[in-house]
Design a binder for this molecule. Structure first.
Ligand SMILES: Nc1ncnc2c1ncn2[C@@H]1O[C@H](COP(=O)(O)OP(=O)(O)O)[C@@H](O)[C@H]1O
Ligand SMILES: [Mg+2]
Length: 366
């Protein structure tokens, strides 16, 4: 307990640093990317971010919730010349139209009932820096027209003001909506869309870049271990399950799950049994769904059961990268039973050139 002094202070402070604001340190020596991931789609995004950060070009970031849109926006800001100035994030979905207008552009005293003093808007607060317009797809049409004018003139009109105020801000917008569809239904202005997406960046859902799952899990594991002073590890089998899960909440869901696993871990190892039931059942259903009747005319049940077992076994083996113990665990079989099934199913078969056994023709009896 002699370590309690300075270092635990720092670590407790580290809790706060999990807030997105502090996570991005523009003064970090390497200026290195906070975006974890090596998937080609992510590598491409990192390259675009590097190239675009130095410009003032307006960027439109699209992607499902939790894919890292805000993180990319902060990175664009931090790596660029405005990195030491303000980064102001506004959630356009959080306020109704009139309030959002005054939030963005500010208002003059007496501009509306209750406006007892004039107030600066987010654009002015972001002067010299970057404004991040999150959930831009939710912005009401009337305000979209005003934003378009800001983009064209680089001036804002505070509510009730007689003169526009020049602002020097870089604009980054994000949405999880498909703006092209919204343009079709006249919910989003086409001209604004093109003004915003000078540089489009699309963040793919995590299920489209599964190879990054272990990197992200380990990244958040390190963070949670530090934060909670733990040394929790995630077993390889558990990682296989996490790899197969679809992550509807994307990276945010990984972050939250890993934190939860670390907090709840009774020992230092997270095994598949520790995973929440919704993950286990989602993965099992996704990958071990029974096949439809392969051949409507063939009702030989033994053959059908064998084909089904074969499918499950092949699937489990490929998920476990050929590791038989792990495959047995995935199938919830003990190792002996699993090996017996494996031998029976492949008993008469000659491995095909690909290495997969050519078993589908062998239907002789026991
Ligand atoms: N590639 C990544 N590497 C590290 N952390 C990430 C990555 N993508 C997202 N995150 C983290 O996941 C959480 C959700 O990301 P966020 O940028 O808020 O998503 P979005 O704005 O798309 O909803 C944040 O805590 C963010 O820091
Ligand atoms: Mg967000």
């Amino acid at each position: 307990m002699g370590m309690e002094s300075a270092s635990s202070q720092t670590r407790d402070g580290g809790d706060e640093s999990l807030l997105p604001h502090d996570r991005m340190n523009p003064n970090s020596p390497s200026g290195s990317s906070l975006l974890v991931g090596e998937h080609p789609l992510i590598a491409k995004i990192k390259a675009v971010v590097q190239r675009v950060a130095n410009t003032d070009a307006t960027v439109l970031i699209t992607g499902e919730s939790g894919t890292g849109k805000e993180l990319v926006a902060r990175e664009l800001h931090a790596l660029g010349p405005r990195g030491r100035e303000a980064f102001v994030a506004v959630n356009c979905a959080a306020l109704p139209g009139e309030l959002l207008e005054s939030e963005l552009f500010g208002h003059m005293r007496g501009a509306f009932t209750g406006a007892l003093a004039s107030r600066k808007g987010m654009f002015q607060l972001a002067h010299g820096g970057t404004i991040f317009l999150d959930e831009i797809g939710e912005m009401p049409l009337s305000l979209q027209a005003k934003l378009l004018r800001v983009l064209q003139e680089r001036m804002i009109w505070p509510v009730g003001a007689e003169h526009p105020v020049p602002v020097d801000v870089r604009i980054i917008a994000a949405t999880n909506k498909d703006l092209r569809t919204q343009i079709q239904t006249r919910a989003f202005r086409e001209d604004l869309f093109y003004r915003l997406q000078v540089i489009p960046i699309h963040l793919p859902p995590l299920r489209a870049r599964r190879s990054d799952i272990p990197l992200l899990v380990n990244h958040f594991l390190d963070k949670a271990n530090q934060r909670y002073h733990r040394q929790v590890q995630i077993t390889t089998e558990t990682m296989v399950w996490l790899w197969e899960y679809d992550w509807p909440g994307n990276v945010r869901e990984v972050e939250n799950l890993v934190e939860q696993l670390v907090i709840l871990a009774s020992g230092n190892q997270v095994t598949p049994e520790d995973l929440p039931p919704h993950i286990v059942s989602a993965v099992s259903t996704r990958h071990l769904a029974p096949p439809m009747l392969a051949d409507e005319d063939d009702l030989d049940i033994t053959r059908a059961v064998e084909a089904l077992e074969r499918r499950y076994i092949e699937k489990a083996l490929s998920r476990a990268n050929g590791n038989k113990s792990m495959a047995a665990q995935l199938l919830k079989l003990n190792r002996t039973t699993f090996l017996a099934k494996l031998r029976r199913i492949y008993r008469d078969t000659v491995p095909a050139p690909s290495g997969r056994a050519a078993v589908y023709g062998s239907t002789e009896g026991e």
